[in-house]
Design a protein around this ligand. Structure first.
Ligand code: FMN
Length: 372
């Protein structure tokens, strides 16, 4: 297949250049040690994927122990995580890709943490059908310490040689829980009208950017958002609300906005037919690039996706073919693998990741072709 714009380098406003327009989407690899330290399994998984895209985002890394959401999840919560994280960033960067670590707090969805504490933490006290524990309202002190934990995690990412961080504001985790009227019933400075529901995600972003500014080198800060939270009659926020948050995020001077889509890169909001990627691009209006994601499995999909965003993230495609980007850049896009059938052994998945796709996460995760 001929070369395409996808294979061209992309320069961020801070002059950091990535070698092509593909991004590996953040995906928890279920590969770290049980207590969050980088393991050999992490290193194998990422070293194998060092040419999968021009920019590679790690799976969500928890910034403070009460935000741990998964077994074998990566931790960036402690200073002694830094040596392992340094090995990880080196494995990712070895062929020229930029390495980004995703900063995360699971909020009410922090299962391992909640099992330890006996309760989960969220913006407001609530019971949820699907959670086997109660959720307590975060105190003002816990909120302050969580914001400080995102800042400290950013410092660790700098020290560990990462090229940037992505603030995880998507997929129903803590930042999104604060933004949502469904889960945030506070009437203090952290909840209430739209402006106050934006306060926590923006405070986290401000704290992260403050540290990034003193990195001593250009350091990327991205923000990931789910474009709307609508589940039948339960409306946490609409596309209009999230465009207001995206506008505020872009005003902060972030290096990119990453829209977390699930039903295709060309997805549209519940109440409209304009593609979400295009709406977000119109809102940021050139202040920063927009990354779109979802259901890109081959070069033709990626080329089409580039019409909806400035950069294209691949999730499962990066799991299926660790050379996805390298093949496209080399003009061999027609050799991209689209199923893992018969190849699982060579793909550096842990048993836990396989079990997640085929067992405990089956209803939550999109299917991985060939693993069914
Ligand atoms: C195994 C797995 C783990 C994921 N973990 C994360 C994560 O840590 N952070 C995040 O923002 N999204 C996560 N996602 C969502 C992906 O980043 C991506 O948005 C989604 O898979 C859709 O892209 P795809 O169709 O290319 O797979 C995960 C998805 C999968 C399949």
């Amino acid at each position: 297949m001929p070369q395409h714009k996808l294979a061209e380098p992309f320069e961020f406003k801070n002059k950091v250049t990535i070698p092509n327009r593909l991004v590996m989407a953040p995906m928890v690899a279920r590969a770290s040690e049980e207590d969050g330290y980088v393991s050999d399994d992490d290193l194998r998984y990422f070293a194998l994927r060092s040419e999968v895209a021009g920019m590679i985002i790690t799976g969500a890394a928890y910034v403070i122990d009460h935000g741990k959401g998964f077994g074998r999840q990566l931790s960036i919560a402690h200073s002694d995580n830094v040596p392992g994280l340094t090995r990880l960033s080196n494995a990712i960067k070895k062929d020229g890709a930029k390495a980004i670590v995703q900063l995360y707090h699971g909020g009410r969805e922090s299962h391992p943490a909640a099992h330890q504490m006996g309760y989960g933490l969220g913006p407001s006290a609530m019971k949820f059908d699907w959670l086997p524990y109660d959720v307590k309202e975060m105190t003002l002190d816990q909120i302050d310490k969580t914001i400080a934990a995102f800042a400290a995690a950013t410092r660790r990412a700098i020290d560990a040689g990462f090229d940037g961080v992505e603030v995880h504001g998507a997929n129903h985790y803590l930042l999104q829980q604060f933004f949502s009227v469904y889960s945030n019933h506070r009437d203090d400075e952290w909840g209430g009208d739209l402006v106050r529901r934006m306060a926590f995600p923006l405070a986290v972003l401000d704290a992260v950017m403050e540290v990034a500014k003193d990195a001593g080198r250009p350091f990327i800060v991205g923000y990931r958002i789910s474009p709307e939270e609508v589940h039948g009659d339960n409306v946490g926020y609409t596309m209009t609300d999230s465009l207001a948050l995206i506008d505020a995020v872009a005003n902060r001077g972030v290096d990119y906005v990453h829209v977390s889509l699930w039903e295709g890169f060309d997805g549209t909001p519940m109440d409209g037919d304009k593609p979400i990627g295009k709406m977000v691009k119109d809102t940021v209006a050139g202040r920063c690039p927009v990354i779109v994601v979802s259901n890109v499995f081959n070069q033709a999909d990626a080329e089409r996706a580039l019409e909806y965003g400035d950069l294209v993230a691949i999730g499962r495609a990066a799991l299926i073919d660790p050379k996805f980007g390298a093949k496209i850049v080399a003009g061999r896009g027609d050799e991209v693998e689209t199923s893992v059938a018969g190849r699982v052994e060579e793909l550096a998945y842990t048993e836990d990741l396989i079990e997640w796709f085929t067992g405990s996460g089956k209803d939550l995760l999109p299917p991985l072709k060939g693993l069914e």
